[in-house]
Design a protein around this ligand. Structure first.
Ligand code: GAP
Length: 510
């Protein structure tokens, strides 16, 4: 199946099984805006829970925050977003389609990387077990030529962005013979900057109104509260503040389902540190966050780091954790060494001191910050697309199964009486009541047991409990496991402990 078809399947499965619906669908939808359905909201909440547990609960020096979406307009002047939160856009004069200029160049680089991967695949096939990829990458003339080509493009792009030289970006697109994917032509406009913040007005009376912005990142809510938290929480550096919340960006190209939306959710953590220690903490958080992703069962070859060429206006080092989405490797999370840029800017604009007195070194300084910032919706898409599988069964039929890690599954247990008579529903209800205080459970008595198992497989329910006629005699039920489809008879008295153990979020830390 082509990756495009695979992606279409993911989108239609998400809709069919109540994970994600197009927003305002009865009015034909609103572009790049989606709603999470009955199963989607559970999965999303479980991802948040795991992130919060890993970042806040498990780290004694990290605390949470929930700041407002609206902030004083000076916040965004200070942070640089009013002047510099821009995307370079370019239009194709024939198709009238608009693109991000840097994305056009990055897609071109991705094509060259694709050719390198093809060369490697071919060589692996030719040399078999004797193939050494590292050696091949460092000696094969084709690969070396292509890597050099990528370096040259990256250097040109970096220099152009550093000088804010939009003409040079345009010239690079022309030089690389990049064509519009729709019209196929190279008839490009000049490159222009486009601010991504949504503006609105505060106050109901015209004239009283002043422009405010929907926050484009949650981080600034943390920066402006840093001293409140430090003082009231008696925090010593290094310490972190974490928050989960909505962010808004007027994206030029909002596409690829929930990957790039105009309204999305971020899970961000700002770690306040002593100046000079930023390299150490930057490496620490890169490593920590990569381990977090790997704990969710992704394969090593589905995740990679990508160092930023075009650094954001606030960063002295930045890397993305990229995930292999069905449309290729793309950013899932950013780790940024933000220096003291934000706090110093807020000091300057607010005229309030945002310094920290370090009792150990007797120093007074504005802390440096290392940030981890992950898109919740992208994390959802990564987990969902990775988990959706079609399996051929022994009898030649297929089943669609969502192999979500059990602690994150929307529904943990489905309780299924074999038939809807003979006292089985009543017994099943007793089991529902036993389990539902701890876990999201689902009760269903309609259709054959096989059909009900398939429906639960498709939404990723890790355990189905079947109540049959013997249950009334022996007080035992059958637990059927989603991934192996193995069935086990267990006593009802042990059920709670077994399920608690199997879906425990602690298992993700092991
Ligand atoms: N505070 C830093 C910051 O916002 P970013 O790299 O612009 O950094 C962080 O965004 C993360 O937010 C990204 O790695 C991505 O997962 C998510 N994100 C950014 N723009 C998004 C969009 N339009 N739709 C969905 N997620 C987005």
């Amino acid at each position: 199946m082509s990756s495009e078809d695979q992606f279409k399947k993911i989108i239609s499965h998400a809709k069919e099984f109540g994970f994600i619906f197009p927003n305002s669908e009865i009015y034909d939808g609103l572009s790049a805006t989606y709603d999470y359905g009955q199963n989607g909201v559970e999965l999303k909440n479980n991802i948040k829970k795991y992130w919060w547990l890993s970042m806040v609960q498990m780290n004694e020096n990290i605390v949470g925050l929930d700041s407002a979406i609206f902030m004083h307009p000076s916040t965004w002047k200070a942070s640089g977003h009013v002047d510099a939160f821009n995307d370079p856009l370019i239009d194709n004069k024939d198709s009238k389609k608009r693109y991000r200029a840097d994305v056009l160049i990055e897609d071109h680089i991705a094509k060259i990387e694709g050719k390198i991967e093809k060369d490697i695949k071919k060589a692996r096939k030719r040399f078999g077990d004797a193939f050494n990829e590292t050696e091949f990458r460092s000696t094969n003339s084709n690969v070396l030529r292509r890597l050099n080509e990528i370096d040259i493009i990256n250097n040109k792009m970096k220099a152009a962005f550093e000088d804010n030289n939009l003409e040079a970006i345009h010239d690079l697109i022309v030089e690389l013979n990049i064509v519009c994917p729709v019209s196929g032509s190279k008839n490009w406009t000049e490159v222009r900057q486009f601010n991504l913040m949504f503006a609105t007005e505060l106050g109901s009376v015209a004239g009283d109104a002043s422009t405010i912005y929907l926050r484009p990142e949650t981080a600034q809510g943390i920066f402006v509260n840093y001293l409140n938290v430090q003082k009231t929480g008696r925090k010593k550096i290094p310490f972190g503040i974490a928050q989960i919340g909505k962010a808004f960006r007027n994206e030029i190209i909002a596409r690829q389902f929930i990957f790039r939306m105009r309204e999305f959710e971020q899970m961000e953590m700002q770690f306040f540190i002593q100046p000079g220690t930023q390299k150490k903490w930057y490496e620490h958080w890169k490593d920590n966050r990569m381990k977090w992703h790997k704990s969710l069962g992704f394969n090593d070859d589905e995740l990679r780091f990508h160092d930023h060429i075009k650094l954001a206006h606030y960063a002295d080092a930045a890397a993305d954790i990229e995930f292999k989405f069905p449309f290729g490797f793309k950013e899932l999370e950013g780790i940024h060494s933000r220096t003291d840029f934000d706090l110093k800017q807020h000091e300057a604009h607010s005229k309030k001191k945002l310094r920290y007195f370090d009792p150990e070194s007797n120093e007074n300084y504005v802390p440096y910050v290392v940030e981890t910032s992950i898109g919740l919706d992208r994390m959802f898409l990564a987990l969902f697309s990775n988990a959706l599988n079609e399996e051929k069964l022994e009898d030649g039929t297929y089943r669609v199964v969502l192999n979500i890690p059990a602690p994150l599954a929307p529904i943990k247990v489905a309780v299924l009486p074999l038939v809807k008579k003979d006292g089985l529903p009543e017994k099943a209800r007793e089991i529902m009541n036993l389990l539902k205080i701890e876990h999201q459970c689902h009760y269903e008595e309609k259709d054959s047991i096989g059909k009900r198992y398939r429906r639960q497989d498709a939404i990723g329910t890790p355990f189905c409990i079947t109540i049959d006629h013997d249950t009334l005699e022996d007080n035992a039920v059958t637990i059927r496991e989603r991934d192996t489809m193995k069935q086990e008879r267990v006593s009802i008295s042990e059920l709670e402990a077994i399920i608690n153990e199997k879906v425990n979020i602690k298992n993700l830390f092991i």
